[in-house]
Write a protein that binds this ligand. Structure first.
Ligand code: FES
Length: 269
């Protein structure tokens, strides 16, 4: 008689669920906001965390993409997806009633602030985790100011959702088609964050580097890093970024949120 052993992979130990798509709405930059029925993930998720979504209905298990959780309410989670490749295009074509295979919530979240003003800085597709944070802060009775930047008005995302929960929303676009012409980091400079300010930022790396520089005197600055992720749970080491102390930070397991002082922003060579 032969016995067959099944090998447990790291992925098998994670919280994997098949979620029903409850709603689909269009956002700027050809993005799509998906509402998923995901009670287990919604119950556990905190702002800053992400999920790995299988972007195919075929058998290939490697086609997962990391997507930030843009909010979790009751039994639902919200994901903003931009169609940039085969997998994300497939995801953007889902309809209400379809099923999606999701692992999560993964990574850490933002450390919630104490006293002081809260400034949320997002560039491009950095808005989703900050919207989740803004909603939690509003639930706690804390106010936040949102600075939203994009290339142009048509590429702004989650503007109305931010306005619904933030004290103020300031917009910048690179072409001047909405708000102040320029970069979102110009808005941060203009705001001149006080030493009591708590800054939270998500967006492209050069933007985060500039925010970290401006925020040096602020009370705290937390950044949510974007990185290429093959697994999302520490198995591939593909998401490592240089740390300020000379080592590496693994964005999927130690992040994606880090105090800005832990990150090496400039290549020392
Ligand atoms: Fe695989 Fe981080 S994405 S280790």
């Amino acid at each position: 008689m032969t016995s067959r052993m099944t090998r447990k992979t790291a992925e098998d130990t994670l919280h994997k669920t098949v979620c029903r798509v409850e709603g689909v709405s269009k956002e700027g930059g050809e993005c799509v906001l998906l509402t998923l029925d995901a009670p287990e993930i919604a119950k556990l998720a905190v702002p800053g965390q992400f999920v790995m979504v299988k972007c195919t209905d075929g058998a290939c298990p490697l086609l997962r993409r990391p997507i930030s959780i843009a909010s979790a309410r009751e039994d639902k989670i919200f994901l903003l997806v931009q169609p940039v490749g085969t997998g994300t295009r497939w995801l953007c074509e889902r309809k209400a009633g379809d099923s999606i295979d999701v692992i999560g919530p993964l990574g850490n979240g933002f450390t919630l602030p104490g006293a002081g003003e809260n400034i949320l800085v997002s560039g491009g597709l950095g808005a989703p985790p900050l919207l989740f944070l803004a909603r939690i802060l509003a639930d706690m009775g804390k106010q936040a100011v949102s600075l939203l930047g994009a290339g142009s008005s048509s590429r702004l995302v989650l503007k109305n959702e931010m306005a619904a929960v933030c004290k103020d929303v300031f917009i910048s676009t690179e072409d001047g088609s909405e708000g102040t012409k320029g970069l979102v980091t110009d808005l941060v400079s203009k705001l001149a964050p006080k030493s009591t300010a708590n800054i939270f930022a998500c967006g492209p790396l050069p933007m985060l580097a500039r925010v970290a520089e401006i925020a040096e005197k602020a009370s705290s600055c937390q950044v949510s890093l974007e990185a290429k992720m093959a697994c999302g749970y520490g198995a591939c080491m593909g998401c490592a970024v240089p740390a300020a102390n000379g080592g590496y930070l693994h964005v999927c397991t130690q992040g994606p949120v880090f105090p800005s002082k832990l990150v090496m922003w400039r290549n020392p060579l």
